[in-house]
Design a protein around this ligand. Structure first.
Ligand code: B12
Ligand code: SF4
Length: 518
């Protein structure tokens, strides 16, 4: 091999542990964080970059006996010098360590980053074949790290990393957050190999000004310019013809004037080119009163809003520190519907109450309250998760202190995706109640009867000619709602079938016994 060969950096996004309710969306999109890191490395002289997203691994990708990407073969085709691993989702950490072990055996340097790597998890990573952990935002750190490697700069001088030196673990001072996000390059999706993207992630703000107890997203909100955001959409359309986008920012419209300006520019661009984008974004429910913002969003092609309702129970909302009032939630949802948005509602079932804010109903009553609320608000699609004690949240600290978290050597990180009970709930609930209630709520909403509703809407289609303007949009909304709910049913069915093979209930009993003994 000639010495002037470019070095190869392979960024890997580890796959979800099993098929779960997010697998379909993950197989049509990708994770933006690792794309950003790869984009930066690709701009450095002497480096060639490729990204493997194991959740979106299609076109002629080589597979191992389990059907996962065959990394040893990829390594034979193109030998990576360094691999980067995305640890943004805790549930994928066991797979991340598996991949790291595989590459370590082949003598490849391994680095990892993402929101999982905080506190004790940093040492855990260094004990699991990761040579260097990048903590927090990675764009500036990776640049310094790779440039430093070329000139043999001491790692101690690079802020925001952790590594081992002999028996010691060195954690360098934390790096300051990037203030102006427009200094970052546009994400380069062309670096993805074997993937087929139909839903492109876009981002122009980071951080969140709210302080929900269960959430890992913290810190002052930072922005890019409107132009930076705008160019993310247009570059995707102009390079790949992509028209479907998900704005991954936690709350759209935090800087209202800028959000409106972006929407106007998107509207004008689409008009000029005669194209229609399909955009979804996350927003707070209490933005519902801002008609000017909402109209601008609709004109820009934002069709679906994902809203964190979390719970219809006041005591639970208080414990979460979620500043919402259940009595206003139905009306606020109606405002979004009136403006023509599809509403995706995100809920957390059975949140553990803070002392003084306990909520002591049994599982059946709780299911009733949630179902009634979802029905009254007319939410189009839902996601009901169990509380996840994620690394770095106040809720995790609280449960940990009370010794309520189920031992991780029995219920490992792979279960940290919101579909499994992970701690002892408030009385009278039991861990089994959590497990069953979550399934009951989801399958009550996503049921087979939506197939019949779909057929009915096809039969009723001719009726809309009597009032085409109004009729076509409400027909289309109902059609789409039923389609998604039927699609949701088929996803849940596949998920439940996979669960049966896993023997989770036995693990749950063992974990409970172990916790009681400790
Ligand atoms: C889009 C999104 C999704 C999408 C796609 C997820 C994906 N990334 O593949 C979907 C809808 C599928 C999804 C699902 C879920 N999500 Co989600 N999601 C997000 C969201 C809103 C944006 C992610 C993003 O693009 N961020 C922007 C990028 C730029 O930031 P970043 O990923 O952190 O990357 C930076 C650094 O971490 C670092 N870095 C990251 N990777 C690497 C790798 C290397 C080598 C290096 C050097 C650096 C580095 O550098 C990057 C650039 O600065 C985040 C919230 C957030 N603000 O991040 C939640 C978030 C990632 N999700 C979360 C969770 C919990 C979930 C769910 C369990 C359900 C839920 N509660 O919504 C499921 C998980 C499914 C599963 N199987 O486990 C948590 C994860 C916490 C954790 N420790 O696991 C987050 C942080 C939200 C939260 N409430 O706390 N999610
Ligand atoms: S849940 Fe949403 S609103 Fe609350 S802190 Fe997290 S990102 Fe912000």
């Amino acid at each position: 091999m000639s010495s002037d060969r470019k070095k190869i950096f392979r960024m890997i996004i580890p796959c979800y542990p099993e098929f779960n309710i997010y697998s379909s969306i993950a197989s049509s999109t990708t994770a933006l964080g690792p794309i950003m890191i790869a984009t930066i490395v690709n701009m450095l002289p002497g480096w060639e970059v490729e990204i493997i997203d194991e959740n979106n691994y299609k076109r002629c990708g080589l597979r191992d006996t389990e059907g996962k990407p065959a990394h040893h073969l990829l390594q034979q085709i193109r030998a990576a010098d360094v691999i980067g691993l995305y640890g943004g989702l805790t549930s994928t950490i066991p797979r991340l360590y598996e991949i790291a072990a595989l590459y370590k055996e082949l003598n490849v340097a391994t680095i990892a980053g993402g929101q999982h790597f905080l506190g004790d998890n940093i040492q855990e990573a260094l004990d699991n074949n990761i040579d260097c952990v990048l903590i927090g935002e990675g764009e500036e750190t990776i640049k310094e790290l790779f440039e430093g490697l070329c000139v043999s700069k001491s790692l101690e001088n690079i802020h925001g990393i952790a590594f081992r030196r002999g028996k010691d673990i060195i954690v360098t001072p934390r790096r300051k957050a990037i203030k102006d996000l427009s200094r970052l390059p546009l994400p380069d999706f062309s670096l993805l190999c074997y993937a087929k993207i139909t839903l492109y992630p876009v981002s122009w703000t980071r951080g969140c000004g709210m302080h929900c107890e269960f959430c890992t997203v913290k810190g002052k909100v930072r922005y890019g310019t409107v132009d930076y955001a705008f160019r993310q959409f247009t570059s995707v359309y102009e390079r790949f013809g992509g028209k479907d986008f998900f704005i991954v920012d936690d709350l759209f419209g935090q800087k209202r004037e800028m959000a409106i300006e972006l929407c106007h520019r998107l509207r004008d661009y689409q008009k000029l080119l005669g194209v229609r984008f399909w955009i979804s974004s996350q927003i707070r429910l209490d933005m519902a009163d801002d008609t000017e913002l909402l109209s601008a969003m609709r004109a820009a092609g934002i069709k679906l809003v994902a809203i964190g309702y979390e719970s219809p129970v006041p005591a639970e909302l208080e414990s979460m520190n979620k500043k919402l009032k259940p009595e206003e939630m139905v009306n606020l949802t109606n405002s979004f519907h009136r403006m023509g948005f599809l509403v995706h509602g995100m809920f957390i079932f059975a949140y553990p109450g803070k002392p003084g804010q306990e909520f002591t109903l049994d599982a059946r009553e709780r299911i009733k309250i949630f179902s009634r609320f979802i029905r009254e608000a007319g939410i189009d699609t839902i996601q009901i998760l169990l509380p996840v004690p994620l690394p770095g949240t106040q809720m995790t600290q609280r449960l940990d202190k009370a010794k309520r978290i189920l031992p991780r050597d029995v219920i490992g990180w792979e279960y940290y995706d919101g579909n499994f009970p992970l701690f002892i709930p408030d009385k009278p609930l039991t861990v089994r109640d959590l497990y069953l209630s979550h399934k009951a709520l989801m399958s009550g909403f996503y049921s087979f009867r939506h197939f019949f509703a779909l057929i009915l809407s096809i039969i009723c289609f001719p009726l809309i000619i009597f009032n085409f303007r109004r009729g076509s949009s409400s027909w289309y909304a109902a059609w789409q709602r039923n389609l998604w709910r039927f699609f949701g049913w088929s996803i849940l069915r596949k998920w439940s079938a996979n669960l049966k093979q896993d023997n989770f209930p036995a693990k749950l009993s063992l974990a409970e016994k172990k916790l009681n003994r400790s």
